[in-house]
Ligand binder design. Structure first.
Ligand SMILES: Cc1cc2nc3c(=O)[nH]c(=O)nc-3n(C[C@H](O)[C@H](O)[C@H](O)COP(=O)(O)OP(=O)(O)OC[C@H]3O[C@@H](n4cnc5c(N)ncnc54)[C@H](O)[C@@H]3O)c2cc1C
Length: 478
């Protein structure tokens, strides 16, 4: 009897290095499926203590996802297969499709976040017992089975974990894109890719001429960016020196949006870096890009270890000594880039306008919210979740928790945002780009406009409180 497999694609929208797809292709007939999960769009709730509501996937993220699905569908159609797209809960969609094609097997990518795990359990429960189910771990550089210690025993600080992984774990070879068997003859209609309005997503897709890069979803654009950053522009050669940049296309790789939707596998990036080391140069920059991929892995495994505890106000450190403020008006000023602290405002405006912000600016804006305004770090995390094209639950909330001192960093204190601005934006270029009302001021005033007295403000045509906000906090305390 010919065997039929359904493959449920999730944050693994690629044909290359996709162990889930490759395993499903052992069957004679394969039905690849993607679900636009309705519970991710529109209003979402942060449960538990001090619960709150927020807007789920934003327009930029949803559009990137749509493009990634479209690209995968095109690639599968080119090789005689297809991608079956549904807007519905996976635990309703998948049993229907399994029944329609009389499938023997279901394969899916397993993910570390409690909500994503719950979806998996719901799907398994809804399937007939005769269907064999196989889950595959494909989201990280190091396979979960190759860790030196199981994740539930891993250290909570990055350095010892990274050292043990570097010494004792290997990175598996990426898997070539498989030959995908035909879809079952009795397969239903492939279905349309839902429009943003169908998904209930409101707001505009970021389209700003200051975008650092054309972020288009899909394996094809993702591979193109890998090629461009590593080989064409040779930017990898100096990554360690440029990675704290704020403005431009190539100061960092910008791989993250493609990685987190799964268009680009971390192992493919790693292998490309290794090839580059053999063919061009092996230096501290090439080492550092792979070092950063291990940060990404670290958070994925930390979330597998701690689960829901990561999303509580006191985080994995179970801190009860922090009394977070929940002031909506102050929070709105931060969200809208009207704090009166230009380095922070530039970051927040860039986030909304483009869906991407450098690591350095993300850190400073986050630190300002939690340490200078004292506002619940999870509110900030939810705002990033809505806008960031590269949103990944573990990377986002893991970094937020780290900065809020409730996660994997036991040191005290936040960033000195003024000295950070001086160090990383010495000419004020980043600030002028996103706060054009400060353009034309000397860099020192662009960074700290309150240094101008009233006469200087009038002379320079920038009156604080009218043309640009007064700082929300006393600059002496920053
Ligand atoms: C508050 C806050 C929230 C963040 N939210 C996210 C998020 O939702 N998704 C996300 O991918 N990254 C997040 N980051 C981490 C980091 O800012 C981005 O990964 C990075 O800026 C992406 O740009 P890039 O691909 O050019 O990075 P590069 O500097 O080129 O780094 C290469 C890759 O390494 C990984 N990486 C680098 N730094 C980190 C880090 N600190 N944590 C985890 N992985 C890292 C990413 O996969 C990245 O693509 C967050 C950081 C902070 C401070």
């Amino acid at each position: 009897m010919p065997e039929t497999a359904v493959v449920w694609l999730r944050r693994d929208l690629r044909t290359r290095d996709n162990a889930t797809l490759a395993a499903a292709c052992a069957a004679d007939r394969v039905l690849p499926v993607y679900c636009f999960e309705p519970r991710r769009y529109g209003q979402r709730a942060f449960g538990g203590a001090a619960s709150f509501e927020y807007d789920g996937v934003g327009a930029g993220r949803a559009q990137f996802e749509r493009e990634a699905v479209g690209d995968l569908r095109d690639r599968l159609r080119e090789i005689g297969s297809d991608l079956f797209v549904r807007h519905g809960r996976p635990d309703a969609v998948l049993p229907d499709l399994v029944e329609a094609v009389d499938a023997d097997h279901l394969h899916y990518q397993t993910l570390p976040i409690p909500e994503e795990r719950t979806r998996e359990h719901q799907v398994r429960r809804a399937l007939p017992e005769a269907v064999t189910v196989e889950r595959h771990w494909t989201h990280t550089l190091h396979h979960v089975e190759d860790l030196p210690t199981p994740y539930d025993e891993m250290p909570d600080t990055f350095t010892p974990w990274r050292q043990s992984v570097e010494a004792e774990s290997r990175v598996r070879e990426p898997i070539e894109a498989p030959a995908v068997p035909p879809v079952p003859a009795d397969a239903p209609q492939p279905g349309p890719i839902p429009e943003l309005a169908d998904l209930g997503v409101v707001g505009d897709v970021p389209d700003d001429d200051r975008m650092p890069l054309d972020f288009e979803g899909g394996e094809t654009p993702g591979q193109r960016r890998l090629e461009q950053y590593v080989w064409e522009t040779d930017s990898l050669r100096a990554y360690k020196q440029t990675r704290n940049g704020l403005v431009g296309r190539d100061y960092s790789s910008k791989f993250s949006p493609w990685q987190n939707v799964g268009c680009l596998s971390p192992r493919d990036v790693y292998q490309t870096v290794k090839e580059y080391e053999r063919e061009r140069v092996s230096n501290d920059s090439t080492y550092w890009l792979n070092f950063e991929l291990r940060w990404r892995d670290f958070f994925q495994f930390q979330f597998a270890k701690y689960g829901g505890k990561f999303f509580t106000p006191g985080g994995i450190r179970e801190r009860t000594d922090l009394d977070w403020r929940r002031d909506e008006s102050d929070f709105r000023r931060w969200q809208e880039g009207r704090t009166g602290v230009p380095f922070v405002d530039a970051a927040m405006r860039e986030l909304v306008a483009t869906g991407y912000v450098s690591n350095r600016a993300r850190q400073n804006a986050a630190s300002f919210l939690v340490h200078d305004l004292g506002i619940d770090w999870r509110w900030g995390g939810a705002h990033y979740e809505h806008h960031l094209l590269d949103y990944d639950p573990a990377s986002n909330y893991g970094n937020w928790a780290y900065i809020a001192k409730v996660g994997n960093d036991s040191r005290e204190g936040g960033f000195d945002v003024l000295s950070q601005a001086e160090r990383y934006d010495p000419g004020g270029e980043y600030i002028s780009r996103w706060c054009p009302e400060l353009d034309g001021l000397i860099a020192e005033y662009a960074r700290e406009p309150w240094r101008m007295d009233e006469e200087e403000q009038r002379e320079r045509g920038l009156v604080l409180g009218e043309d640009y906000p007064e700082p929300m906090v006393d600059p002496e305390r920053l």
